[in-house]
Design a protein around this ligand. Structure first.
Ligand code: NAD
Length: 352
């Protein structure tokens, strides 16, 4: 089968890490008999340099025409002073909107060999942390009416039932593929949107009788993530709560260079990217950790192309590389085998 993947390498370490994901996908294609066609296109700072804007129409067109999009990261100090409507990050918001991506998936997985990177004290370090945060991405307070008055300001948080239902349904579908446990996070004791959210969760849950559902207030969820993170399987929540909680869950794993993400809409086309930024401090030095991007490519195989075995082949190759002691600088301790970005990509590709 042939798949077209739009590659937005982006800025900083973007080109370094996307190159390694392409290498690993190439190996998967060879082994399993798929053809991955890569179409490079510019967004973020590199697009500002060439076209004067962060998200040219040409880029949107190429991404829409592709079967999926793999993105490195955008931004950097070079573009910090451009006017706010032209900042590199606008490319991400624009792409999400143009592709209709309403759900954001952030797995927080802790590898036992890297548990010392967990910032929690030893007695709280979870065994086998594997959480999937599903965040609503296109509604809520970030997109509601906002206004500054003479004496104050407001931001409106609003949700349509249909906006809640589509992301909640998706989270239930993921829970069915995992440990069948769904935690819905809201603030239903205070917010009307949260009361609607809870109602919709309860209705949708009737279609998934085998999934255990738990509702938590967001303040409690933030606390539970620190004191007992292993209790969670899938967490589903609205945009702002998800923004905050997915960062909190990631940080518990302690390894920003290892965490992938996916943004999905109604169709199979998704946007896959590491959760970290463009790390301009280490760009082009062959020291960036490519694993988050490689695992994002695995998510693409699973969610956009339904290639479960191929996705698992990548995830297992990463696990094996970690078990065998291979590390990039960001996760390396005494006794580990230190590798550069390219060499880590080589090892993972060789384990496919
Ligand atoms: P960052 O994630 O780029 O870097 C934070 C720290 O983590 C740095 O010390 C960096 O060296 C390290 N780091 C990040 N990724 C790494 C990797 N793969 N391997 C090894 N170390 C890694 O965050 P920042 O410094 O706040 O932001 C830098 C730029 O990235 C800014 O311009 C910001 O706007 C942009 N940014 C982009 C995205 C995105 O494209 N999705 C997300 C966040 C930040």
């Amino acid at each position: 089968m042939k798949y077209t993947i739009a590659l937005v390498k982006g800025d900083g370490i973007g080109p370094d890490i996307v190159t390694e994901a392409v290498k690993v996908l190439g190996k998967v294609g060879k082994k399993y008999g798929h053809e991955f066609d890569f179409v490079e296109t510019l967004a973020g700072g590199s697009a500002i340099d060439k076209y004067g804007i962060p998200l040219p129409d040409e880029t949107v067109k190429k991404c829409k025409e592709a079967d999926s999009v793999l993105l490195g990261a955008v931004g950097g100090p070079k573009w910090d002073n451009v006017e706010s409507s032209k900042r590199p990050e606008k490319a991400l918001l624009g792409l999400r909107a143009q592709l209709g991506l309403f759900s954001n998936l952030r797995p927080a997985v802790m590898y036992p060999e890297l548990s010392s990177a967990c910032p929690l004290k030893e007695s709280l370090i979870p065994e086998g942390l594997d959480i999937l945060v599903v965040r609503e991405l296109t509604g809520g307070i970030y997109f509601g009416e906002k206004k500054r008055t003479e004496t104050g300001a407001y931001d409106v948080m609003s949700y349509e039932r249909s906006e809640i239902e589509r992301v909640v349904r998706r989270a239930f579908d993921f829970a069915m593929l995992r440990r069948k446990k769904l935690t819905s996070v809201d603030k239903a004791n205070v917010l009307e949107t949260s009361r609607l959210w809870r109602e919709v969760v309860s209705e949708v849950s009737k279609d998934y009788p085998s999934v255990e559902v738990n509702n938590l207030y967001v303040d409690n969820a933030a606390m539970q993530l620190v004191i007992n993170p292993s209790q969670f399987d899938v967490i589903v929540t609205e945009n702002m709560f998800g923004d905050i909680l997915s960062d909190e869950a990631s940080m518990i794993t302690g390894s920003i260079g290892m965490l992938a993400s996916a943004s999905l809409g109604q169709s199979n086309v998704g946007l896959y990217e590491p959760i970290h930024g463009s790390a301009p401090d280490i760009a082009g030095k062959n020291i960036a950790n490519p694993i988050a991007t490689i695992l994002s490519a695995a998510m693409m195989l699973r969610y956009s192309f339904s290639l479960k075995n191929e996705a698992e082949a990548i995830e297992n190759a990463v696990k094996k590389a970690i078990q065998d002691g291979y590390r990039t600088k960001d996760i390396c301790k005494d006794g580990d085998k230190l590798l550069g970005t390219t060499e880590m990509g080589d090892v993972i590709a060789s384990y496919i």
